[in-house]
Design a protein around this ligand. Structure first.
Ligand code: RTP
Length: 134
């Protein structure tokens, strides 16, 4: 069954001009780009999006990072879009992400890991509402 995933190229990825390359990987995989938009994230949206991490010592740093410049937010659609997007993205820490994954190919460290992908269809729906339906 077709599913939607929310994916966001973080400010470091946008700054480094990686949007085209990254979108191309999703398209080549077979996921369809339904929406894609450069946007600035407010502090409030960042705090809601990363609410599950608010007790972590790196939370403020994370909010500063994700609001440090425009992001490229997108909705991709296809069979098992959430799982397929996450396998393209790779593990959270780019140092541990294998070459061939987006974080493995384009990132060095967890503080700037280039991209976000929703971790479940339910979170995808919540994130699509948060970023696109306000
Ligand atoms: P994301 O939500 O961005 O796709 O990342 P994720 O599921 O792979 O990882 P999660 O544990 O939800 O962490 C969210 C984001 O927080 C930043 N982080 N920094 N400094 C640190 O130790 C640390 N740990 C996580 C990363 O930007 C991570 O993607």
């Amino acid at each position: 069954m077709s599913e939607k995933a929310f994916v966001m190229i973080k400010p470091d990825g946008v700054r480094r001009g990686l949007v085209g390359e990254i979108v191309s990987r999703f398209e080549k995989k077979g996921l369809r780009l339904l929406r894609g938009e450069i946007m600035e994230i407010s502090q409030e949206t960042a705090r809601v999006h990363y609410g599950h991490l608010q007790d972590k010592p790196f939370f403020e740093e994370l909010v500063d990072y994700i609001t440090s410049g425009p992001v490229f937010a997108m909705i991709v659609e296809g069979k098992e879009a959430v799982a397929n997007a996450r396998s393209l993205i790779g593990p959270t820490n780019p140092a541990e992400a294998p070459p061939g994954t987006i974080r493995g190919d384009f990132g060095l460290a967890v503080e700037e890991n280039v991209i976000h992908g929703s971790d479940s269809p339910e979170h995808a729906r919540r994130e699509i509402r948060l970023f696109f339906e306000k």
